[in-house]
Design a protein around this ligand. Structure first.
Ligand code: CA
Length: 235
């Protein structure tokens, strides 16, 4: 089994670094951080991660210059880099891509959107690292085609229900509070009411379960919800 992908965040805005670290670790990535471009360059000489999230404006050495230097080194030439740019830096954004970043995302961005980009880029870089199909019992969720099947029958899920099922299936057995589900499915900065989570769990259940089906979603009173990977074996 492949080890978890390692991601380096190079960002000097601490709240953003914390937000990214929290969400990436929740997705199962190993995360390192650096707040300066020059420090990041030193880190990258010691060990090459699987992906770098690179801020544009950094003390010590700019993100763009660091990216340019990485592309000149044989061991980091193909290292996946996502550039983080501020809104309105259109021309800089273009320069960012010209310097060899694989993707860019404009601040402020939604966390689910960033996570999707990270997954897509990692999959492109090393397809074996990120499973594209999550399976449990008779349920199969394909991240690539965004389709969910149960016993071969295609299920019709809304985008939020899809993301919620994907989130729960990534960590089977783990109980998530409503607040954690809000963070993971809608993004940490969303100001959606926690009761909305219950509404979407209800819709998700309705979409995946027919009357005689076993419900894989477990309600844990006073705690939240989890995906029970043993649902198929349950009496
Ligand atoms: Ca910055």
């Amino acid at each position: 089994m492949a080890s978890m992908p390692r991601i380096l965040i190079v960002e000097d805005e601490e709240p953003l670094t914390l937000l990214l670290r929290y969400n990436l670790e929740a997705e199962g990535y190993a995360v390192d951080t650096s707040a300066r471009g020059d420090d990041a360059e030193l880190l990258l000489r010691e060990a090459v991660p699987d992906l770098v999230l690179l801020d544009w404006m950094l003390p010590g050495l700019s993100g763009i210059e660091l990216c340019r230097r990485l592309r000149q080194r044989p061991d980091t030439q193909r290292l996946p880099v996502i550039m983080l740019t501020a809104r309105g830096e259109e021309s800089e954004r273009v320069r960012g891509l010209a310097t060899g970043a694989d993707d860019y995302i404009v601040k402020p961005f939604s966390v689910p959107e960033l996570l999707a980009r990270v997954r897509a880029l990692l999959r492109r870089a090393s397809p074996e690292r990120v499973a594209s199909v999550l399976e449990a019992g008779d349920i199969a969720l394909d991240r690539e085609t965004r389709r969910v099947r149960r016993s071969g029958r295609e299920l019709h899920l809304g985008p939020t229900e899809f993301r919620m099922l994907e989130f729960l299936m990534e960590k089977p057995g783990r109980v998530f509070s409503r607040a954690q589900l809000l963070d993971g499915v809608w993004g940490m900065d969303s100001d959606i009411d926690e009761r909305t989570v219950d509404v979407h769990v209800g819709r998700l259940r309705k979409a995946i379960n027919r009357p005689r089906d076993k419900d894989p979603i477990r309600t844990v009173r006073g705690a939240g919800y989890s995906f029970d990977e043993t649902f198929a074996r349950r009496a």
